[in-house]
Design a protein around this ligand. Structure first.
Ligand code: GRF
Length: 200
């Protein structure tokens, strides 16, 4: 299965995908896409000799409509948003229907939506006094964090002292959950039954 990974920052989830022994013979990352010319994730991509592409309106960037053509030429089967912060245009999403997934660092449908990224999410979770948090992998639709949930994993946060501590615990489970969902995709195990997405 050919995958494109979209990133904006440090790319620890990209690294988790690249290093997953379960994915080694199942997937190929055909490119890493970012809205930033310089990001840590691009260095990781370069270390693995993976093509990098920047998307946006500035110099050395291609537009989302050009990106549709590039990803189609690369025969991309799945697009994984792993910390990609730019809003994806509806046209792009409809070109890859049910082929774009995102990882969110909380238990959706709570703590999602516009502005809910990075530490903002964990601050909101901390301030709510919630006792569990977790990670969600979901399909991407035209709004923020509202697509159907594919899989979730949760952790106890009843004893944490800061949002940063929640972020650290959640990131660990993200690195496990995202490769698991990608594996299920590659094996054709993700289905929709009774309007719910299941892993069979
Ligand atoms: C992760 O917490 C992910 O859930 C969120 O953005 C963060 C990206 O981290 N969407 P990294 O760039 O993969 O380290």
């Amino acid at each position: 299965m050919k995958i494109a990974v979209f990133v904006s920052g440090r790319g620890s989830n990209l690294k988790a995908i690249l290093d997953s022994p379960d994915l080694k013979n199942l997937i190929e990352i055909v490119c890493v896409v970012s809205d930033k010319i310089d990001c840590v994730a691009f260095q990781t991509a370069a270390n693995y000799k993976i093509r990098t592409i920047t998307v946006g309106n500035k110099d050395r960037m291609i537009s989302f409509s050009e990106l549709v053509n590039v990803l189609t030429e690369l025969k991309t089967d799945l697009i994984v948003l792993a910390g990609f912060l730019k809003l994806i245009p509806a046209d792009f999403i409809s070109s890859f229907k049910n082929k774009i997934i995102n990882i969110h660092p909380a238990l959706l449908p709570s703590f999602g939506g516009k502005g809910m990224y990075g530490l903002n999410v964990h601050k909101a979770v901390f301030d709510s006094s919630a006792k569990v948090s977790g990670a969600t992998v979901h399909f991407v639709d035209a709004s923020y964090d509202t697509g159907k949930i594919i899989s979730q994993s949760c952790i106890n946060i009843s004893d944490v002292n800061s949002p940063e501590e929640i972020a650290e615990r959640v990131l660990k489970i993200e690195h496990k959950l995202l490769p698991e969902v990608i594996k299920a995709f590659a094996e054709g195990k993700i289905k929709t039954v009774n309007n719910r997405v299941i892993i069979s």
